[in-house]
Write a new protein. Structure first.
Length: 118
């Protein structure tokens, strides 16, 4: 059974930091690029950051210089370090496993709420 379990969300003041984690089980971690998406109320789900199995990263323009994605192959976990948080970063953040093989299945986590407010 495949599971992606996010943690680390919460309420933080503007300018603060949070670190999200996504622990994967039931998949061969190295066969997946890992991504973080977010969805704010009334808005479409958007890609925040991604990291390939080789460690290459990409970021949405809105988070470049503030967020950092990383992965730990020994713990089958992907992280999103979020600094200098802004109210517009408020959203539910989802972990997404994207297979490197066309025949592979894609998986979503259940999401974790991040609220940036004073």
């Amino acid at each position: 059974q495949v599971q992606l379990v996010e943690s680390g969300g919460g309420l933080v003041q503007p300018g603060g930091s949070l670190r999200l984690s996504c622990a994967a089980s039931g998949i061969i971690f190295s066969n997946y690029a890992m991504n973080w998406y977010r969805q704010a109320p009334g808005k479409k789900r958007e890609l925040v950051a991604g990291i390939t199995s080789g460690g290459s990263t990409n970021y949405a323009d809105s988070v470049k210089g503030r967020f950092s994605i990383s992965r730990d192959k020994d713990k089958n976990t992907v992280f999103l370090q979020m600094n200098s948080l802004k109210p517009e970063d408020t959203a539910v953040y989802y972990c997404y496993a994207d297979p490197i093989y066309l025949s592979g299945l894609r998986y979503w986590g259940q999401g974790t709420q991040v609220t940036v407010s004073s």
